[in-house]
Unconditional design. Structure first.
Length: 185
């Protein structure tokens, strides 16, 4: 009798539940159709219908995420939202380390292209390498004194440079916040 309930429960969960995808607030969903590939339509919050077994839905967090750059970051999880301090050389040849946060989110309208072209690992494939490159590149145009004195202008320039790279990949940089700029030891 317990086996019958298990089979019926599995059937109800997989077949009947497979008709729906529930998208919570702050998220979007994309659908992979086994016949047509990733569909261009993006589903917002709510309950949506899909074809069980034929279509697979993928949820994406569309809220603003914080990518922290700080000392002691653990690289055990490649998709963790963070990084070690970024090392750069200023225009007056000082080696510096930069700590801070990059605020970003998924461009809801480009989520299907991002899923198809990048996959699930957008932090290790896009956010980390582009952020490291753009921060080091922009900082290298300033002297150490300018970096320390002109943080708001530097943050705005970093945001624009990172957004240039992120936009093509389906991400939006909402802001760059520097918390520490120090000379490397």
């Amino acid at each position: 009798m317990d086996l019958d309930r298990l089979v019926v429960g599995f059937f109800v969960d997989e077949v009947v539940g497979g008709f729906f995808i529930s998208v919570p607030p702050g998220h979007v969903a994309c659908v992979y159709d086994r016949g047509r590939g990733v569909l261009p339509h993006v589903w917002g919050p709510g309950l949506h219908l899909k074809i069980p077994f034929w279509q697979v839905a993928k949820l994406f967090n569309a809220q603003i995420l914080e990518y922290t750059i700080h000392e002691g970051f653990d690289f055990q999880n490649r998709e963790a939202l963070g990084d070690a301090p970024i090392k750069a050389t200023s225009s007056d040849n000082h080696n510096i380390e930069i700590e801070g946060s990059i605020l970003f989110r998924i461009n809801k309208h480009k989520a299907p292209q991002m899923w198809e072209n990048i996959g699930d690992n957008f932090v290790s494939k896009v956010v980390r390498p582009f952020s490291r490159s753009r921060v080091a590149n922009v900082v290298s145009a300033y002297t150490l004194a300018q970096v320390k004195a002109n943080r708001p202008a530097l943050e705005a320039q970093l945001k624009a440079a990172i957004n240039q790279e992120f936009n093509d990949e389906g991400l939006i940089c909402e802001g760059v916040l520097l918390s520490a700029v120090k000379e490397a030891k």
